[in-house]
Design a protein around this ligand. Structure first.
Ligand code: SF4
Length: 243
């Protein structure tokens, strides 16, 4: 933190509970300076957050961290390149210890069972994030209450005991219509898969399009009959998280 003081999280959550994204980003920047980064998987809301960082002139100070599982869609990698070029952001890619081919050779195809999926997500999504422990004091992510499910009451600020930093959610109050309007108004770079029936996008092994009338996350781990619908890279998405 810029002045060595820990923010009072309860007070921060009260003050910013219904704030808009830029107010929260401004507070985070004033508090953490260049010790904050964005965590993004370059889905729609993450791309909007990247645009906001750039629009506020913070692109040279605030890194964007991407956990590259090695099995993302080609469209996702192309979106990352377009975001980097368009918004001048420093995108830091983190990688698992093993390639997916090495993992499959040594442990089999994990993502085809609920238990294996948890292990695969842990090794390919959560574990790589440990590489940034100590580098940042705050990690901004684009979770929104309008996403529903485990996110419908996501706090503005929460501690992340694994990474020993604060998770900040500037888009917590951003409604679907506001997000869409923001993207259109600013012609935000987005992943073209969103226009092809993918409301949410993760690894190509575990993401399918969603049919009309299905829940937003129905395309995630469809082959596991939705035994789990979160990879748990975000502490507030974890089944054992309590507010
Ligand atoms: S989404 Fe699927 S392939 Fe990607 S890390 Fe999780 S289980 Fe593995």
């Amino acid at each position: 933190m810029t002045d060595g003081q820990q923010p009072d999280l309860k007070q921060v959550n009260t003050v910013f509970d219904d704030s808009d994204p830029e107010e929260i980003i401004r507070w985070a920047h004033e508090t953490f300076g260049n010790r904050m980064a964005v965590l993004s998987s370059f889905q729609k809301s993450g791309c909007a957050l990247c645009h906001m960082i750039s629009r506020m002139g913070l692109q040279k100070e605030v890194d964007v961290v991407f956990v590259d599982t090695g099995v993302n869609f080609r469209e996702t990698y192309e979106t990352i390149d377009r975001v980097r070029e368009t918004y001048g952001l420093n995108i830091v890619s983190l990688h698992p210890k093993r390639t997916m081919a090495e993992q499959c050779r040594e442990e089999g195809v994990l993502y085809i069972t609920p238990e294996g999926q948890k292990r695969c997500c842990y090794m390919r999504k959560r574990e790589p994030l440990f590489q940034i422990a100590g580098k940042y004091d705050a990690l901004l992510a684009s979770l929104r209450r309008a996403d529903g499910g485990r996110r419908e009451r996501v706090p503005i600020v929460v501690p992340d005991s694994d990474l020993k930093l604060l998770r900040v959610h500037p888009l917590a109050n951003f409604m679907d219509q506001e997000l869409e309007a923001y993207i259109q108004r600013h012609e935000v770079v987005t992943n073209p898969l969103h226009e092809q029936g993918y409301p949410t996008i993760s690894c190509d092994r575990c993401t399918t399009p969603v049919l009309e009338g299905e829940p937003r996350r129905a395309g995630r781990w469809r082959h596991l009959e939705h035994a789990n619908t979160y990879c748990e890279i975000n502490p507030t998405d974890r089944a054992d998280y309590t507010i």
